[in-house]
Design a protein around this ligand. Sequence first.
Ligand code: ZN
Length: 424
Amino acid sequence: MTASYSVLAKDNYTLKNVRLETGFITGNTGVTGTQTALFCVEIEAGKIKKLFPHDDQLTDAVDVKGLLMLPAFKDMHVHIDKTLYGLPWQALSPTRQTVADMIAYEQEIIPELLKTSTQRAEQLISLLQHYGTTFARTHFNVDTTSGLRSLENLQKALENKKNSFGAELVAFPQHGLYYTASAPLMQEAAQMEIVDFIGGLDPFSIDKNIEKAVDFTIQLATDNNKGIDIHLHDTGKEGIRTIEYLMEKTLENPQLQGRTYISHAFAVAQLQPKEAEQISEKLAEAKIGIVSSVPFRGSVMPIPILVKHGVEVLVGNDNVLDYWSTFGTGNMLQKANLIAQLYGWQTEFELSRTLGFATRNVLPLDKEGTVQWPKGGDHADLVLVNASCSAEAVSRMSEVVFWAYAGKLYQNKYIFPHGRNDLN
Ligand SMILES: [Zn+2]
C-alpha cells in the first residue's frame, strides 16, 4: 500500500475554522478537559505569520472545518534506506535470531535491494506523511556490502521529497565498525555535510571492544562536528558498561552533550527501579538522550523514570515493515497511544502530555495550560486532525486530514495498492 496526497496551498495563504487549544478546564480533581477556540491562521513564507479569531467572512481562506491543529509529527528513529515497504508481505524468519544472523542476511540481500531502494524510500516517506510526520531522523547503512550507495539512494529520495519532508541523517555501521571493516567508510561518511550523526552498533557483542568502538565514534563526531546516535541492543552488564563509558566520554567532551543519543538501550529496561533512577540521573547530567521504538518483549523501557529525571526521550517507528520487524505502522500518534497505554497515562492531562512523544516535545499547552504553540514566527509544520483536543488525538489515534511542511499545505487523499513487483 502506498499513500497519496495533493498540494492544497503554498506560500501565502490563510486557514480558517482552525481549532486551537487555549487552556485546560479545571475542577476539584484537577484538569477535567481542554478548552479550544476557532482561529484563522495566516501562513507566509513557510512560517505562521499571525493568528486571529475565526472570521467566516474571509472567503479566500482555506476552510478546515473545525479540525484541530497540532505540531507536525517527527519520527526520531527510522530506517528509510532499507525498508521492504511496497514489497509483498513477509513475516520474519525464525532462522535469523541474532544481530550477527541479520548481518549475514543483509550481506546476501542488500545488492538486490539497492537496485530499487530509492523508490521504496519514497513510498515509506509518503506513508509517514499520511500519518502527519513531516520530519525524520533516519539511519542509513554504512557497511562493506552497500558502501555509501544506501546513502546515495536515500539522498535521491529525500531530494525528490524535499518540498514536503525534512530529515536528519545518521551514518549507521550496521555490520559493525570492525566486525566487517566498515571504519574507513564511516570516516568517509562522517566528513559529508549531509550527515548529522555518527551511528554505532553494539560495541560489545558486535565489535568485541566497547572502548575501541566508542572511542572511534567519539573521535569521528568531535573531528567532524557531528552528534552521536548509537544502536545499543546489548543487555546486562555489558550494555550498562557501554552506556557508562559513553556517559564518561560525553562528560569529557562537552560539545557532544545535548547531541548524543542511545537508541534502544534495552539494558536500561532490565534494571530495577532504583538502578533505573540512578542511570537516568547520570544520563541527564551527561545530556545523553534515549531514543526508543517502545518495544515490550518481556521488559518495558522505564520511560516515566527517564522523563522524570530530565532525560530527553525521543520516539520512532524504527522498522516499518522490513526483515528486522514488521510492526512499525509509521504512525507517531500510534506510538504516543502505545506509551499512554503502557504507562497508564489516561487522564486528560496525562494524555495531553503524551502527545509530546509524537511531536518531539512540542505541545500546544504547557503544564499550567498556557498556550505555547503555535505562535507568530513558528515554522508552519503542522497537522490538522479530526479530534477535539490533544488528549483525544492520542487516545483515539485520530485521522490526519491536512498537514503542512515548511508552509506548504497538503491534503491526504487515500491509500491505494501499488505494484508489488518492484524487486522482481
Ligand atoms: Zn534502528
